[in-house]
Ligand binder design. Structure first.
Ligand code: SF4
Ligand code: SF4
Length: 243
C-alpha cells in the first residue's frame, strides 16, 4: 500500500507556493543567462548565479517535502546514516543541479578520486545494459546496478552524504515506509518494500524541467555520475581559466 499524505493541508500549500515562486524565478533567470553560457565569462556568471540561487531552491524543495511528510499517517523509516539507497544509480538530475554540484566539489582535495569513482560507476552501469532496447531496458540496468551494491562516490564513513547540502532532488525525494533492510539488494523488489517518492505538483515539476531543457544543446546526461563527468569534460577548460 502506498503512503497517504494530505496535499491540501495549509502547510503543504504554503510550502508549495514558495517553491513555485522559486522554480519560476530559476527558469526565468536561466533563460537570460544561457545566451552567453558557452563562453568563459558566461559560464562564470552562471556558476555565480547557481551558487546563490540553488541553496534557496533546495531549501524550498526540502520545506515542501517536509510539509508533505508531516501530514503522513505513518512515519518514514529513513534516518541519518541509513544509506542502502545510496547504491542506486542516481538519475533524473537536472543540468543546473549538475553544474551547481560540480562547482561545489571541483576544488576539494577529494575531487580527483571522486572523478575516478564517477568513471567506474558510469562504466559499470554501461556494462550492465543488455542488448534488448525496449522500454524496460533502463530499469533492468538500474536494477542490476543496484544489486552490485556499489555506493555513490559521495557517500562517506558512517553513511553520511559528503555533498548533503548540494545533493540533487532525486536524492531528496526518496523515502521508505518499510524497514531499511528491505531497501537492500534484492529486497527492493520484495512485496513488503515500501519505497516511495514525494512528487511535486505538475506545474512546478514542469517549470523545473523547462529550466533543465534550456541546456539541451549541451546534451548533458540525466544521470548524476555521467552528468558530472560530462560537465567536467565540457566546462573544465573554463574552470582552468578561472583558477
Ligand atoms: S530509503 Fe531505505 S535505505 Fe534509504 S534512508 Fe530510507 S530506509 Fe534507509
Ligand atoms: S549524492 Fe549523497 S544522498 Fe545522493 S546518492 Fe550520493 S551519497 Fe547518497
Amino acid at each position: 500500500m502506498g503512503p497517504e499524505f494530505d496535499f491540501t493541508s495549509a502547510d503543504v500549500i504554503a510550502a508549495e507556493e514558495s517553491l513555485r515562486i522559486v522554480a519560476r524565478g530559476l527558469k526565468g533567470e536561466l533563460e537570460l543567462l544561457l545566451a552567453e553560457f558557452g563562453t568563459a565569462s558566461g559560464y562564470a556568471r552562471m556558476r555565480d548565479y547557481l551558487a546563490e540561487s540553488m541553496p534557496q531552491v533546495y531549501r524550498s524543495y526540502d520545506a515542501f517535502v517536509a510539509a508533505v511528510l508531516a501530514t503522513g499517517t505513518e512515519r518514514a523509516a529513513c534516518s541519518q546514516g541509513c544509506s542502502h539507497c545510496c547504491s542506486h544509480y542516481v538519475t533524473s538530475v537536472e543540468p543546473y543541479e549538475l553544474l551547481f554540484l560540480h562547482d561545489r566539489v571541483r576544488e576539494s582535495a577529494e575531487y580527483p578520486s571522486r572523478v575516478i569513482g564517477l568513471h567506474r560507476r558510469a562504466a559499470l552501469f554501461s556494462s550492465l545494459r543488455d542488448a534488448r532496447r525496449d522500454d524496460q531496458a533502463e530499469d533492468r540496468a538500474l536494477y542490476r546496478y543496484y544489486l552490485r551494491n556499489v555506493p555513490c562516490p559521495f557517500l562517506e564513513e558512517g553513511g553520511k552524504c559528503g555533498v548533503y547540502d548540494s545533493r540533487p532532488m532525486s536524492c531528496r525525494m526518496f523515502f521508505s515506509l518499510s524497514h531499511p533492510s528491505l531497501c537492500k539488494g534484492k529486497a527492493v523488489i520484495d512485496p513488503g518494500n515500501r519505497n516511495f517518492l514525494i512528487e511535486l505538483p505538475e506545474d512546478i515539476e514542469a517549470d523545473l524541467a523547462r529550466a533543465g531543457s534550456l541546456f539541451a544543446r549541451f546534451a548533458l546526461p540525466e544521470s548524476l555520475f555521467e552528468g558530472l563527468l560530462k560537465i567536467n569534460e565540457t566546462f573544465g577548460q573554463f574552470d582552468d581559466a578561472a583558477t
